[in-house]
Design a protein around this ligand. Structure first.
Ligand code: GLU
Length: 518
């Protein structure tokens, strides 16, 4: 892809305070400058429409907290406690155990000064459940093209700054995917791995209780994101519609629901499937196929797992996977179905981590970035591919399954090194595209087959990706599949900028044609 240093001219002024949001908006300004974006439209898009911040409180359960080896010593003579109902103990990924009421009832339970020994041998301290308060967010960035749309993230490290960046990114993504939505994002500052099922349910219901006045099926439509899934969506759906007279009309209040309660076939895998359609199109243009290609993967959540599964089934070889807990490597190729079972179905793997997978060896994160492969697929969190890493990686293509995985400095390094990129706002747009299909099905009370969904998704992904590649090369053309003539700017630009040009031109059309209310 033709890329030149001058394409990266509009870096933020050195004195301006850099934040995740300013970093994320750098590309907006660069593309805005290139197409001479109208000043007023720029002002409209430069900041979100609304930034909501609020709090949710919840009563936590009693917990058993493991003592360190040192702290265990005074209790060396503590007898093993009889556990009446092991099912009443819920193991958390952080090593703590939630006491779901019934587990330790009975007169024979030995608890000395709040300490007890479980049959596993460990000594635990009983910590009574407290009320806890969590910070929650919903940023509604823009609705020029349709209702606000975007996921709900449950993660320890979230902030208003992050959600502003992610919400803006949804505005660009929905425009690129050509679905009639705007952009939003929100969630809760909480590490879901530290809470029990019922606690997460309670937090979610309370979250929706507060969110209800801000959203609606034709106003703002949440979906899953990092740390949330179809179970969380089901609770949000119920809480929003409970007691409503025409609740079935409101099915489209959230997308990413289970197919049995109005979700769409193909939605769970949609983001990964979309990533693969882009990669497939990238290679097919070079008359190459995915078969025989090698890839490395960061993140084995929804996007990472689905991408790996589909790429694997098409004959690509997964060499290494890095997640929050560690990295695994197998030069002959990781067996993806076994890894999927190990991470998602093994009840002993509480952390749902790839670490410890028997079919691979453990390597360091540093080494992960240096594994030579055809494709690097970041599908975890933002800001992972830094300039330093971009200097080291030995891949031909980066396909951004995550949102914002590459820093602006890293972009410059990749351009210099001639490493190709499929930018996030097209690469991972499959999720929101099928969210739109789900929303239409809900409105029409229809149910489409997975084949139908994927056929539409493939066409949408490849068509929009082809427009972006044409914009990047500056070669305007009309084919049976796509028409890039309205978007090309008469000179080559880097791919990320090309994607942004497509988004901005589609959004700007609304302001230009509809004008501004005063
Ligand atoms: N969280 C996903 C994303 O970042 C999906 C959003 C949606 O479907 O609304 O694109």
């Amino acid at each position: 892809m033709p890329t030149t240093e001058e394409n990266f001219m509009r870096a933020p002024a050195p004195t301006a305070k850099r934040t995740l949001y300013t970093d994320a908006m750098e590309i907006f300004h660069r593309a805005g400058d290139l197409i001479g974006l109208d000043k007023r439209i720029r002002l409209e898009l430069e900041q979100p429409d609304y930034e909501h911040m609020f709090y949710v409180t919840v009563k936590l359960r009693d917990r058993l907290v493991p003592l360190s080896e040192e702290a265990t010593k005074p209790f060396s003579d503590l007898p093993v406690t009889k556990v009446r109902d092991p099912a009443g103990l819920e193991l958390l990924a952080d090593g703590k155990i939630i006491l779901n009421g019934r587990a330790l009832l009975g007169s024979d339970v030995v608890i000395r000064s709040g300490h007890l020994r479980l049959p596993s041998g460990g000594v635990y301290q009983l910590v009574p459940g407290e009320n806890e308060r969590f910070k929650a967010y919903r940023v509604q960035h823009n609705q020029a093209r349709g209702p606000y749309k975007g996921g709900i993230r449950y993660h320890r490290e979230v902030s208003l700054d992050l959600f502003k960046a992610l919400a803006a990114e949804m505005t660009w993504k929905t425009a690129i995917a050509e679905v009639p939505f705007g952009g939003a994002k929100g969630g809760i500052q909480l590490d879901p791995r530290q809470y029990g099922r019922e606690e997460l349910q309670a937090v979610t219901l309370r979250f929706m209780y507060k969110l209800k006045s801000l959203i609606g099926p034709n106003l703002d439509i949440p979906a899953p994101d990092v740390g949330t899934n179809s179970e969380i969506m089901a609770l949000m759906y119920r809480q929003f519609t409970d007691g409503e007279r025409e609740r079935h009309k409101m099915r489209g209040i959230v997308t990413g629901k289970d197919v049995r309660i109005g979700g769409s076939e193909g939605r769970t895998k949609a983001t990964g499937q979309g990533v693969v359609y882009c990669i497939e199109d990238y290679f097919s243009e070079k008359s190459e196929s995915i078969r025989g290609k090698t890839f490395t993967l960061q993140g084995f959540g929804n996007v990472g797992s689905a991408s790996a599964e589909i790429l694997g089934s098409m004959g690509a070889r997964l060499l290494a996977v890095n997640d929050a807990d560690g990295t695994i490597y197998n030069g002959d190729g990781v067996d993806v179905p076994s890894l999927l079972a190990y991470v998602h179905e093994n009840p002993k793997n509480l952390k749902r981590s790839v670490l410890g997978f028997p079919g691979a060896q453990t390597i360091s994160k540093k080494d992960f970035w240096e594994v030579p492969a055809d494709i690097l697929l970041p599908a975890a969190l933002g800001g992972e591919v830094t300039a330093e890493i971009a200097e080291k990686i030995k891949v031909k293509l980066i396909a951004e399954g995550a949102n914002g995985p590459t820093t602006p400095e890293a972009d410059r390094v990749l351009a210099k090194r001639g490493i190709d990129l499929i930018p996030d706002i097209i690469c991972n747009a499959g999720g929101v595209t099928v969210s739109y299909y789900e929303w239409i099905q809900n409105k029409r009370m229809e149910r489409w087959s997975e084949a139908e969904v994927n056929k539409k998704l493939e066409h949408a992904m490849k068509r929009n990706y082809r427009i972006i590649r044409d914009v990047a090369r500056g070669t305007a053309r009309k084919t049976e599949m796509h028409d890039s003539r309205p978007f090309c700017i008469g000179r080559p630009v880097d791919t990320r900028c090309a994607a942004m040009v497509l988004a901005l031109k589609r959004i700007a059309a609304h302001y230009q044609l509809e004008g501004f209310s005063q």
